[in-house]
Design a protein around this ligand. Structure first.
Ligand code: COA
Length: 188
């Protein structure tokens, strides 16, 4: 193993500059679900499927592991600052089989009285590019507004241009550049 340093952007949005965020009508079969304890496994599953083989699995190895995602969901949802209103699950129900699957997740944490942070937003690969990531983040930001949080921050790996573009489109701005160290397998 060797230590690598990943360049990341800390980004922030000032919700006072915006009214509430319109959440567009989702394509047929997709639905957003507010937080409930009973959805921990569904969130963990969506997180695992969304992050597998993505760059952030190198930065946070637990994201690349199903058990790691479940531990992380348990840890996030039991934190003092956990914000259920900013935590959303997205599902897709196949019209032919009527089977529902978890395909997206986002969680919110209150770091200080008026500062919140977004954790681990993910949409499963095959469903990307349909506005679902935008919709779930907008829903999350409305949840932060509902509980009186003014500033919402997040960190995104600089190479993750898709996520970075999404946040910029929504109004997030880069506050600073940070480096996160992580152990990655050595290349022989
Ligand atoms: C980042 C992530 C959540 C984006 O999810 P998504 O559902 O693809 O997001 P959107 O569909 O809203 O936006 C993605 C693109 O689709 C486009 N798009 C939005 N609505 C669309 C629609 N109705 N039809 C077609 N394209 C659309 C957007 O313009 C955007 O284009 P761009 O990337 O060229 O800017 C997803 O790529 C992901 O889960 N990545 C892996 C996990 C990860 O890295 N998470 C971020 C951690 S910080």
């Amino acid at each position: 193993m060797q230590v690598s340093y990943f360049k990341r952007y800390r980004m922030q949005i000032d919700l006072q500059e915006f009214g509430s965020f319109d959440v567009p009508e989702l394509p047929m079969g997709f639905a957003l679900h507010a937080w409930s304890e009973s959805l921990i496994e569904a969130h963990a599953h969506a997180k695992f499927l969304s992050f597998q083989n993505e760059i952030d699995c190198n930065v946070f190895p637990c994201l690349g592991d199903a058990d790691g995602c479940e531990r992380l969901m348990n840890e996030i949802s039991s934190r003092g600052g956990f914000v259920p209103e900013a935590t959303w699950l997205m599902t897709y129900t196949d019209p032919t089989t009527a089977r529902a699957q978890s395909i997206g997740t986002v969680q919110g944490i209150r770091e200080q009285k008026d500062v919140g942070s977004i954790q681990n937003i993910g949409i499963v690969d095959q469903f990307r590019g349909n506005g679902l990531g935008t919709a779930i983040v907008r829903q999350c930001l409305n949840g932060f507004q509902e509980v009186g949080v003014r500033f919402v921050t997040l960190e995104v790996t600089a190479n993750n241009s898709r996520a970075h573009r999404l946040y910029e489109r929504l109004g997030f701005k880069i506050l600073k550049v940070v480096f996160k160290s992580a152990e990655v397998p050595s290349v022989l």
